[in-house]
Design a binder for this molecule. Structure first.
Ligand code: HEC
Length: 120
């Protein structure tokens, strides 16, 4: 009731405001629709974790490719195995501690790794 009365009051006071709001919402949904049409979800997902990967791993696995470290594409490791490699290291790869790469950033890196099928 209270809300209805308020709405009615505002509407009667300044109907133009509502017209402006409606047209603003209209153009916003047009923009959203255009964005959805031009950016496939796969690309949006791949972009997640790229900066974090570049920072923590890119020096030795640039873009997931071979350099100091091996090519990570299609490694198809489990998330557990990948987490173990990152947190505990291997013979030649040093462990990366949460102080260097937080769990939240590790999760973002994992999203990137999934996009190149390094993890399944
Ligand atoms: C300072 C260089 C360096 C950095 C930084 C680095 N790696 Fe590595 N990585 C290596 C090397 C060298 C190897 C080969 C390890 C070996 O043979 O023992 C390797 C191996 C791996 C492997 C393969 C392990 C296996 O058993 O097949 C994975 C997966 C991997 N790295 C992921 C990552 C990820 C993800 C990051 C970032 C979070 C990262 N690495 C950061 C150097 C690095």
């Amino acid at each position: 009731m209270e809300v209805e009365r308020l709405t009615v009051q505002t509407t009667t006071r300044s109907p133009r405001r509502w017209i402006l709001l409606a047209s603003a919402l209209g153009s916003m949904s047009l923009v959203v629709a255009l964005m959805a049409a031009t950016a496939p979800p796969v690309q949006a997902q791949a972009a997640v974790g790229v900066p974090q990967f570049n920072r923590a791993c890119g020096r030795c696995h640039p873009n997931g490719d071979e350099d100091t470290g091996p090519d990570l594409h299609n490694k198809n490791l489990s998330v557990e195995a990948m987490t173990k490699v990152i947190r505990q290291g291997t013979k030649r790869m040093r462990p990366i501690a949460p102080t260097k790469l937080t769990d939240a950033d590790l999760a973002r890196v994992m999203t990137f790794l999934r996009s190149i099928h390094a993890v399944r």
